[in-house]
Design a protein around this ligand. Structure first.
Ligand code: HEC
Length: 105
């Protein structure tokens, strides 16, 4: 009888462990949200850095800005939001944004 109770306890624990391991195997599939940036020099660099924290919609939904505004915006992402963008790449991004999403001035 004692052996039976011990066996019962072991089986119960094993059952819980199994149920938990099944639980851990749950997975979800996230929808792929893709925003296409305008083709141009610097697009890859812009896509790489500017999609780390938010969607690229943040760029494409803006009105056309002068280069000075894009410069302020990119610097704000780096200094205020903490975007890890090296200076040389920031310059490439600003040139790209000014060329593709700029007012030409
Ligand atoms: C470290 C995270 C991070 C990265 C990287 C980043 N952003 Fe942002 N961005 C933010 C946050 C946070 C906001 C504010 C979001 C909000 O208010 O909903 C924001 C907002 C914006 C906005 C909306 C206007 C504004 O100023 O709030 C634009 C445009 C934008 N980002 C452009 C860019 C561009 C261009 C890049 C690439 C150079 C970039 N972001 C990279 C964090 C980031």
């Amino acid at each position: 009888m004692k052996k039976f109770i011990i066996l019962l306890i072991i089986l119960t624990i094993a059952g819980f462990a199994y149920a938990q391991s099944k639980e851990a195997a749950h997975s979800i599939v996230l929808p792929a949200v893709k925003t296409d940036l305008a083709a141009g020099e610097g697009m890859d660099t812009t896509e790489k850095y500017c999609s780390i924290c938010h969607s690229l919609d943040y760029i494409t939904m803006q009105p056309k800005f002068p280069k000075a505004t894009w410069t302020v915006e990119v610097n704000k992402m780096i200094k205020v939001m903490g975007a890890p963008i090296p200076e040389a790449d920031a310059k490439v991004i600003i040139d790209y944004l000014a060329a593709q999403y700029g007012t030409g001035g």
